[in-house]
Design a protein around this ligand. Structure first.
Ligand code: FEO
Length: 398
């Protein structure tokens, strides 16, 4: 695939993978992206997952013809991108590796050598000239590992963005946002501050195309993608809406969740999502919790604590700095109604959370007082997000 006259795509599609990083479902597969810049000197940007050596080398060879690559630029050392470094060196022993100092340390860990004889160590702002193309390396520390850098080609105005702006799914025509959000909040979401730093650097650049390590090359509406990354990485809600995440053992908590959804819709709330945590993809619901402005957590006491999928869900959120939201609780405790207390406790380090005043407290099954609590909670949640919730700066104390 041609990105520009001199920049070619040589990545591969993985349709056999079931769980990316051993954890994330990827029903539409995964791409491992790799690129070549053809100039007086030739640079390859990143390799691909270990299952695709032959296909990737064949893609590269087709572009090279009789020429040989001069540089391998290693932006990220996670194995889905670095597994073929040794294979490339076997094929082209004279190739020079270009990477951050931390990446070379990781190469020592992975391959038993840090390539002292054939490497260029680059830092933030360093430039490599290929002839017509000048490649500027920008540190992207902790987006999503510490060795990461992105690369800007000022000649063609292309940003090679490493893990940022990537998404799950190998169908390049599919909608970007949903799978990009699931990818972002699952994999990069904890690192909002580093992503903000990277965005600060790239907003200075004129960018016509973004070439990430996963998913499609982005070449239109770049402001949209950059804006979404800005919202996501600053932990602000992307959209007004209520996510009701519940678990239910015998159906009573589910009934309360559905009654609340109905009461919210009756009051004109346009976006109300109801998700059973025991039956939903966790990464999908986590992404939704980060994208929408209000979250209702509904669960039962279990083993004197919380029903396990809810405990796990809140851990996913807090691990990823869940902040700046309105959160409400529905608890069901047939003989120990303490779930709301435990959920609140789990969220105690989260910044900018406004807890709803109304808490629905069910003792086994829904009674009249619960119906009233649900109506009151719906009333409270159907109000607009308060300004203080929109504006809170979760980074100020860090
Ligand atoms: Fe696709 Fe962080 O690697």
């Amino acid at each position: 695939m041609t990105i520009t006259e001199d920049i070619k795509y040589i990545g591969v599609n993985d349709y056999k993978i079931d769980l990316f990083e051993g954890m994330y479902v990827v029903p539409e597969g995964m791409t491992y992206n790799s690129y070549v810049v053809m100039d007086d000197k030739i640079a390859v940007l990143d390799t691909v997952d270990e299952g695709f050596t032959k296909e990737w080398l064949a893609n590269l060879q087709r572009i090279l013809g009789k020429r040989k690559p001069d540089y391998l630029i290693v932006q990220h050392m996670e194995p889905d991108h670095s597994s073929n470094i040794m294979h490339l060196i076997e094929q082209f022993p004279e190739i020079i590796l270009v990477a951050s100092s931390k990446a070379f340390t990781m190469m020592g860990n992975y391959f038993g050598t840090d390539f002292k004889e054939k490497r260029i160590v680059v830092s933030d702002g360093d430039v490599l000239s290929l002839g017509k193309h000048k490649l500027t390396f920008l540190s992207a520390l902790m987006v999503h590992w510490p060795e990461v850098m992105v690369t800007y080609d000022s000649t063609d105005r292309v940003l090679f963005s490493a893990d940022s702006f990537g998404r799950f799914g190998a169908d390049k025509e599919a909608d970007w946002t949903q799978e990009a959000a699931r990818y972002y909040f699952g994999i990069v979401g904890k690192y909002g501050i580093p992503v903000q730093k990277l965005l600060g650097k790239i907003t200075e650049l004129t960018i016509e195309k973004i070439c990430p390590l996963h998913g499609p090359v982005l070449s239109e509406n770049l402001e949209y993608y950059i804006k979404l990354y800005d919202i996501w990485s600053s932990y602000r809600p992307e959209k007004e809406g209520v996510l009701i995440a519940y678990t239910s053992v015998y159906g009573n908590t589910k009934e309360a969740a559905l009654l609340l959804a109905k009461a919210l819709r009756k009051r004109g709330c346009e976006t109300v999502l109801v998700r059973d945590l025991a039956r939903s993809d966790m990464s999908q619901v986590v992404a939704e919790a980060f994208r929408y402005s209000k979250l209702v957590l509904a669960t039962t006491t279990y083993n004197t604590f919380l029903f396990p999928p809810m405990r796990e869900f809140i851990s996913w959120l807090t691990e990823r700095n869940f902040s700046n939201r309105i959160v409400a609780f529905i608890e069901n405790g047939s003989w120990m109604p303490t779930a709301a207390m435990h959920m609140k406790e789990q969220l105690k380090e989260s910044k900018g959370i406004i807890f709803a005043k109304e808490c629905v407290k069910i003792m086994s099954a829904i009674h009249e007082e619960n119906s009233m609590q649900i109506e009151k909670l719906a009333e409270e949640l159907s109000k607009e997000l308060p300004e203080e919730c929109k504006e809170i700066d979760i980074f100020e104390k860090k």
